[in-house]
Ligand binder design. Sequence first.
Ligand SMILES: Nc1nc2c(ncn2[C@@H]2O[C@H](COP(=O)(O)OP(=O)(O)O)[C@@H](O)[C@H]2O)c(=O)[nH]1
Ligand SMILES: [Mg+2]
Length: 207
Amino acid sequence: MRVKSAQYLLSAVRSEDFLDGGCPQIAFVGRSNVGKSTLLNRLVGRHSLARISSNPGRTRAINYFEINSRFYFVDLPGYGYAKVSKKERESWGRLMASYFEMASGSAMVIQLVDAKVGATELDRQSAQYLRSVGVDPVVVATKADRLKRGKLEAALASVRRDLGLPDSIVIPFEAPSGNGAKQIWKSIEQYLDSFEARDFNQGGDHA
Ligand SMILES: Nc1nc2c(ncn2[C@@H]2O[C@H](COP(=O)(O)OP(=O)(O)O)[C@@H](O)[C@H]2O)c(=O)[nH]1
Ligand SMILES: [Mg+2]
């Protein structure tokens, strides 16, 4: 996809600020430091649209970006940062739950897992949670450039197995070269086409 426009829209910290489901949303979820902001920037070809954090765990908000006046990229707050309090973890959980309550019908979810670290317990819980709300995520294995040659296939197979998604595609991504971005865009485009076809069949408003 050619990205003609990409702009930061808003950060939501309460469900009242969420953007509604009329427009397709591509939501990125994963533990903090997994490479979400980096992937987002790479996909749109902007170096600093989403802020790459030198300070992991500090992004508490849901950040919306509007792409090509057609859909949103949604940077969900990362999980698994050790230094957050129990209270903060609970408020994170509530924010995520209300996001998916609102968006599960109109969002494609890209779940990021570190290719080298593999799926952590929190990644597994996250995949399980997504399934429970009817979301079948596309999985991206980030930082694939950090794996030794010949280790990639086995790493991807472990991610699939550990997340309990034996039939899902896991797309490897390497930020330095951008390898993998094309395949990720392909699955996003498929999603957008199906969303728009569905919307059209339901007599959606195309104004
Ligand atoms: N080698 C390598 N480093 C990456 C890759 N993606 C992200 N990083 C690094 O991982 C760190 C965390 O990235 P960031 O995008 O801020 O993670 P976020 O917390 O999930 O948004 C940064 O230092 C990035 O430069 C990748 O594909 N390869
Ligand atoms: Mg980030």
